[in-house]
Design a protein around this ligand. Structure first.
Ligand SMILES: [Zn+2]
Ligand SMILES: [Zn+2]
Length: 245
């Protein structure tokens, strides 16, 4: 009861196992000892089926399809198929962040356009902010961050970045600035765990003005970079011509 799961029946073949129905409705089988640990710790049992469904949705959102378990790697990897048909093993976290390259057709997240976004999401006790980057902020907010984001989320601002790489660099720098200059605005993970599907990068609502000014700087820099990128580029004299095959 403490884990919100329903005990259905002991396993007929193994006295250490118990069959359960999880609060999401899925059925599973666990060791009694793990059930006890979860109950004492006051946390719910994870659901493998819901977890895989999340991975499937993350992949779908960026043009990939979850195929199944990774064939060459273990742990945090799965096998995915790109829209071009090519399949490869990819770290799940890179799919979630839309940071994967296709070895089949050569399409790269690094060179695709992206955006830096600022979201407002209601936790049970207060509103918070999330800063991040995504090629599709709305999909990130409403489909990938969990029920609180889906039900209460709001895109406060999104700025265009020419590439995923530029977005990642700018985002990391902004988070570093927040951690070093304003640690009081960084929301500890345990305060949003289970409410927003992310590990960090959640800020108190009081950081709003400061985050907006950081975004102003990022936007101004992105504009300057764009201007200089359109300048003619001199060929690098150090770079030898490729050898004919
Ligand atoms: Zn489930
Ligand atoms: Zn491809």
């Amino acid at each position: 009861m403490a884990t919100d799961a329903t005990i259905l029946a002991p396993d007929p073949d193994n006295h250490k196992l118990v069959h359960l129905q999880l609060p999401c409705g899925h059925f599973t089988c666990r060791q009694y000892s793990r059930l006890t640990t979860a109950a004492r710790g006051g946390h719910r049992l994870g659901c493998e089926e819901c977890r895989e469904e999340t991975y499937r949705a993350q992949a779908r959102a960026i043009g990939w399809t979850l195929v199944g378990l990774a064939t060459d790697k273990t742990g945090g990897y799965r096998r995915y198929a790109h829209s071009c048909g090519h399949q490869q093993d990819v770290a799940i976290v890179n799919v979630d962040k839309n940071q994967l390259d296709c070895a089949g057709c050569g399409e790269s997240w690094v060179s695709k356009p992206s955006q830096i976004y600022l979201f407002r999401i209601e936790l049970v006790d207060r509103p918070v902010l999330k800063l991040g980057h995504s090629s599709d902020p709305e999909r990130r907010l409403f489909q990938q961050l969990g029920p609180a984001a889906r039900d209460t989320g709001e895109v406060l601002r999104a700025i265009d970045m020419e590439t995923g790489h530029a977005a990642l660099v700018a985002e990391k720098r902004a988070h570093r600035t927040m951690r070093t200059e304003h640690p009081e605005w960084v929301v500890p993970r345990e305060e949003f765990a289970g409410q927003i599907n992310t590990k960090s990068e959640i800020y108190e609502i009081g950081a709003l003005e400061f985050l907006l000014s950081l975004m102003d700087e990022i936007e101004a820099e992105a504009r300057d970079d764009k201007a200089s990128a359109s300048d003619p580029v001199e060929p690098d004299p150090e770079e030898p011509d490729p050898e004919p095959e």
